[in-house]
Design a protein around this ligand. Structure first.
Ligand code: ATP
Length: 364
């Protein structure tokens, strides 16, 4: 196990800055997920930690020791990629023990280690098969077993589940999380799939354009996003974002007559007093269509349509030209009439210009 520290890390390709002033400490045994849109610099950061890409400036430290000048093989890391490369002509058992054989580890030790990973990954029945005869999920397990058999200090995983069918991915994700906790190996996992990040991570590192946007536990990023980008990248269906316009005693949803006021407990005083234009971020789970018209929280907004996703019923409503989403909480499915309730505890306010979140502490 190792603690990994990235200290003012910059990685440039010619004039292009792929990783921009990244600072991060990954604790011993921690499972950190790098999350962000395609091209934001996740893989480049991972490859730099692995020793496959050189830092332009800044340092990579393992347990406080600078490893910038060590090659990948000198860093005691194991890496698993999206596409598994197993040796097709070797049986699964031979594939798994390959790294140990290559290092000249004693036979008895190899046998002991093989038994250990076979047990953890439940690969007993597959040991004498060839990779080509296994489904992709099982092949990925073999790749993971091969990665951990030599006790790496750090496990680096780059979208290891994205080539696996949806139906097996869920199961593999669960197993992977379980295994990582069992092995307690410091792990960095790269993905652009926020659901994967939310379910696996001790902490998520959210990236955009080469920079870290936010670091935090999944719930922290979900409930306290620092910006519109954070708020909308995490959560499915996505967070609604509505322009607010100041009116007497409150704020109006732009493009409509819908007022959110202090009187009906929707809007705190500080949000009205705030000098900047605000946007309201609110997740669909905090906007409800109900039968009752509780005047303290309901607002009159026409409902456009209602649709089901599994057990959950969602509804779409329109404010101005934009469609937003909420959850239909009515006891029985009904038509397009009902009362739209906003749960003020789910309100997130963002500066309309910078996209940064504004709270009572930062509003002044
Ligand atoms: P993806 O999920 O699509 O791989 P990512 O967040 O992992 O996205 P990176 O692969 O790290 O992104 O790439 C970050 C940026 O750096 C991209 O614009 C990519 O084109 C660029 N890039 C990566 N490697 C090189 C390279 N060797 N030479 C030039 N540009 C590169």
């Amino acid at each position: 196990m190792a603690e990994i520290r990235l200290d003012n890390l910059n990685i440039e390709f010619g004039a292009f800055k792929a990783v921009d002033t990244v600072n991060l400490t990954v604790k011993n045994g921690e499972f950190v997920v790098y999350l962000g849109p395609s091209g934001c610099g996740k893989t480049t950061t991972l490859r730099c930690i692995a020793g496959l890409v050189k830092a332009t400036s800044g340092d990579v430290l393992f347990d406080g020791v600078r490893v910038n000048d060590l090659s990948a093989s000198e860093r005691n890391i194991a890496m698993v990629f999206q596409f598994v490369s197993l040796y097709p002509h070797l049986k699964i058992r031979e594939n798994i023990v390959f790294p140990l054989k290559a290092r000249g580890v004693a036979k008895a030790e190899i046998a002991r280690k093989l038994e250990w990973v076979t047990d953890i990954f439940k690969l007993g029945r597959d040991l004498d098969r060839y990779p080509g005869t296994l489904p992709p999920g099982a092949r990925q397990k073999v790749a993971l077993a091969r990665a951990v058999i030599r006790d790496p200090a750090v496990l680096l995983l780059d979208e290891p589940l994205s080539a696996i069918d949806e139906q097996f991915r869920e199961e593999m994700r669960w197993e992977l999380g379980h295994l990582q906790r069992q092995l307690a190996v410091t792990t960095i996992y790269v993905t652009h799939d926020q659901r994967e990040a939310m379910s696996l991570a001790d902490r998520i590192v959210l990236m955009s354009d080469g920079r870290i946007v936010q670091v935090g536990e999944p719930d922290q990023i979900f409930f306290q996003p620092v910006s519109v980008f954070s708020g909308q990248f995490i959560g499915s269906p996505s967070m609604n974002l509505i322009d607010l316009v100041p009116v007497e005693g409150g704020l109006k949803l732009a493009g409509s007559d819908v007022r959110l006021t202090v009187q009906n407990n929707h809007i705190p005083e500080w949000a009205i007093a705030n000098k900047r234009r605000l946007k309201l971020g609110i997740r669909p789970m905090n906007i409800h269509l109900r039968d009752e018209a509780d005047p303290t929280s309901a607002v009159a907004i026409p409902v456009d349509d209602i649709f089901s996703v599994g057990r959950e019923r969602y509804f779409n409503f329109r404010v101005g030209e934009t469609i937003y989403q909420g959850v239909d909480k009515r006891k029985a499915p009904g038509g397009l009439s009902g009362h739209v309730h906003f749960a003020p505890e789910g309100f997130l306010f963002f500066d309309a210009e910078t996209g940064r979140r504004v709270t009572s502490e930062t509003a002044a």
